[in-house]
Design a binder for this molecule. Structure first.
Ligand code: 3HC
Length: 662
């Protein structure tokens, strides 16, 4: 017996056997906009007053539950009804309310699920509290409710880390009461709701926080605080959890809401929201939205070195049949082993378990000849960074690949327009610049050569997105967006060395500014040889009058290529970074040779010049049309160079600085 009460709206009510099913349909992601909050209040009141209704289900359409509060509303004052009031109304209903979760339940969506008396979920469900990534903390009872359901330890990891958990983990934690079949979500949820009728209502806010190991929790708080790197929301999340567990629900809830409200309009939250929308906008390239990307089922990666392996891992995890090609049999054998380890680790980090690794690895095959790529839909060349080597490999790939295949190069610096000359039918050729470690780093620069066709570019963007990466479109120039800015930044840092600073002082200053790592520590980590090769390549074109700092070349000539050789800008003993007097000697010698009197350089000057060099190169890149938008550069530099996301990226930061000075 089904009674359709309201249709074609943001929230539809359908009654089945005394169960009112409230289905949210608020595209694109079922965000809790004011209109939806109003609709929820209205329907909750109605079903509460309806004597025929014995239980209520809240669910979502289009394979999603709710992606959280409507972020677009965060700029101005939040209009009534507030989300906490909506959730209060749900929890106080005197008949069981069941959240039936499919797909994402994030932020306010997860908080809404926690306010329901019971939760059932399909296997693909994901629960998460990503608020810290937006510069805020959960503001609708999420923290005090989580504390009561899963205890302080898990609450802290979920809220300070912001990473979602899968359905199985949520079930193991007690966030989900029943796992249901996706194919019959509504039927199974109704059956479960009827089981709940007559049971005592479980209001999460009335539960008490289970006893826990306070010392271990304090250690965990310290660890999270030390990882915050200047991000206020992470510190606020830790403080909110630590401050809430021993308070009554209403008091803790009010304090968290207050902190959420304070943070919502903070500079950091504005900056992080800028990046959130920048990430979405970067996927939309003028003129390409209507272009059909090619269907990709199988990928070939050519070159079994570090980059090739990382790209293969990313493809495998995303579900692609992946063929790894290298002429060297031993390199392939080693790569297959390394890929196995990386897949296990990535899966474990992502979902807290490793049981799917064998299934993922069954999609991997290897080959020694390029002819084997004759069935691949997309081929990524990741061989040695040398124009002749790459050109020759690309010519062979183009001959072996199916004519409709998309061919990509993973060069970091080389001229893609020149490489395109090596590819027959170059309209199917683009750059896909992954960053090391490719299985982890989310940024991929999609490089449009002069000859690249629209479909190839659209395919590159969609393919990178399908790997859960952040694609940013760039034009051809030396280093594209990220490495070009990196080169300018490093050059300025090397000038600072000659003028009086030491590597450790520069690294420390920039780490305090919020960079993930200082420039010299990063150079050691990624290896000094690629930038060295680039400098040698560009040497004939260099203006002899240009100021040139030779210290990095000298380190490379000594075989100090960074961590991998045990020494670079620092030396490494058992993997631990140590200062090296030899480097200081080289630095001081370089100043002396140029007749520069070394002066103390303040931390503020280091930061100003470092970030200033990025900003000025970024502006040139924008002016030349290498990047489409300022926000694309911000996105690329925060994700590719470890620029602090809470500062919004170099150009956003420059605008805010100008506003503050103006
Ligand atoms: N509010 C408003 N718009 C949102 C949104 C949200 N919470 N989440 C996504 N959107 C928009 C995007 O801007 C995009 O718009 P566009 O098409 O105009 O560019 C569109 O929805 C589709 O988004 P994606 O391209 O990201 O779609 P995907 O399918 O790749 O990913 C998703 C979907 C996993 C839900 C992802 O969008 C996401 O992670 N969203 C943010 C979730 C989040 O952070 N929630 C917490 C919000 S804060 C909160 O709830 C506070 C509470 O404690 C009070």
């Amino acid at each position: 017996m089904s009674n359709e009460i309201q249709q074609a709206s943001i929230l539809t009510r359908t009654d089945v056997n005394g169960v009112a099913v409230l289905t949210i349909d608020n595209p694109p992601v079922n965000a809790l906009s004011q209109a939806l909050r109003n609709a929820l209040v209205h329907h909750i009141r109605e079903v509460g007053n309806d004597k025929c209704v014995e239980a209520v289900i809240i669910t979502g359409t289009s394979g999603r539950f709710i992606a959280g509060a409507d972020i677009k509303e965060f700029k101005g004052p939040i209009l009534d009804p507030s989300l906490p009031d909506v959730l209060k109304a749900i929890e106080q209903l005197d008949k069981p309310v069941i959240a039936a979760v499919e797909g994402v339940a994030l932020g306010g969506g997860a908080e809404l699920a926690l306010a329901c008396h019971y939760r059932c979920a399909t296997g693909d469900a994901k629960f998460g509290f990503p608020e810290v990534k937006l510069g805020i903390i959960p503001g609708a009872g999420g923290i005090p409710r989580l504390l009561r359901l899963v205890g302080p330890k898990i609450t802290l990891d979920l809220v300070a880390g912001g990473r979602p958990i899968d359905c199985e983990t949520a079930f193991a934690f007690g966030l989900v009461d029943k796992i249901i079949e996706q194919a019959d979500k509504i039927g199974a949820a109704i059956e479960y709701a009827l089981e709940c009728v007559g049971k005592p209502l479980r209001r999460t806010s009335l539960l008490s926080v289970a006893t826990f190991d306070a010392d271990a929790f304090n250690v965990q708080c310290v660890a999270w605080r030390s990882r915050a790197r200047g991000q206020a929301s992470v510190i606020a999340a830790v403080d909110a959890v630590a401050d809430s567990w021993d308070r009554g629900f209403a008091e803790a809830d009010a304090r968290c809401r207050l902190e959420f409200t304070r943070l919502r309009t903070s500079d950091q939250a504005n900056a992080l929201r800028h990046l959130f929308f920048a990430e979405r906008q970067a996927q939309h390239v003028p003129g390409l939205d209507s272009v059909q990307a090619a269907n990709i089922a199988s990928v070939a990666v050519v070159g079994a070195g570090t980059m090739g392996r990382g790209i293969a891992v990313a493809c495998l995890i995303a579900g692609y049949c992946t063929l790894l090609i290298d002429v060297d049999e031993e390199a392939l054998r080693r790569a297959a082993l390394a890929i196995g380890v990386a897949v296990e680790k990535t899966i474990k980090d992502k979902a807290g378990k490793s049981d799917k690794a064998s299934q993922i690895l069954s999609r991997l095959s290897t080959a020694q000849t390029l002819q084997d790529a004759n069935n691949s839909d997309l081929i990524v060349e990741a061989v040695f960074e040398d124009i002749d080597v790459k050109s020759s490999v690309l010519t062979q790939i183009a001959m072996a690949a199916p004519p409709q295949a998309t061919i990509c190069t993973n060069t970091s610096y080389l001229d893609i327009d020149q490489l395109a000359g090596a590819v027959s039918s170059p309209e199917r050729f683009i750059g896909l610049h992954f960053f090391a470690p490719a299985e982890i780093m989310r940024l991929v620069e999609v490089i449009r050569a002069k000859t690249s066709g629209e479909q190839a570019v659209a395919t590159g963007l969609r393919f990178a997105r399908s790997l859960s990466k952040i694609p940013v479109l760039a034009g051809v120039c030396d280093g594209f967006i990220v490495n070009r800015i990196l080169a300018a930044y490093r050059r300025e840092m090397e000038y600072l060395l000659e003028e009086g600073a030491l590597p450790r002082e520069i690294d420390a200053a920039l780490e305090r500014f919020g960079m993930a790592m200082g420039p010299f520590a990063v150079a050691d980590l990624s290896g000094l040889d690629i930038a060295w090769a680039r400098r040698k390549r560009l040497a004939p074109m260099r203006d002899p009058q240009e100021r040139y700092v030779k210290i990095a070349d000298q380190l490379c000539e000594m075989g100090r290529l960074g961590r991998k050789t045990g020494a670079g800008w620092y030396s490494y003993v058992d993997g631990t970074r140590q200062l090296d007097p030899l480097v200081e000697e080289l630095v001081v010698n370089s100043s002396r040779e140029k007749g520069i009197t070394r002066q103390p350089i303040s931390e503020a000057e280091i930061v100003d010049r470092a970030i200033g060099s990025m900003i000025s190169e970024a502006r040139k890149i924008l002016a030349e049309g290498i990047a489409l938008r300022a926000s694309d550069i911000d996105l690329a530099i925060t994700n590719g160079l470890g620029f602090p996301a809470w500062r919004g990226g170099p150009l956003y930061y420059a605008d805010r600085m100008a506003e503050n000075q103006g």
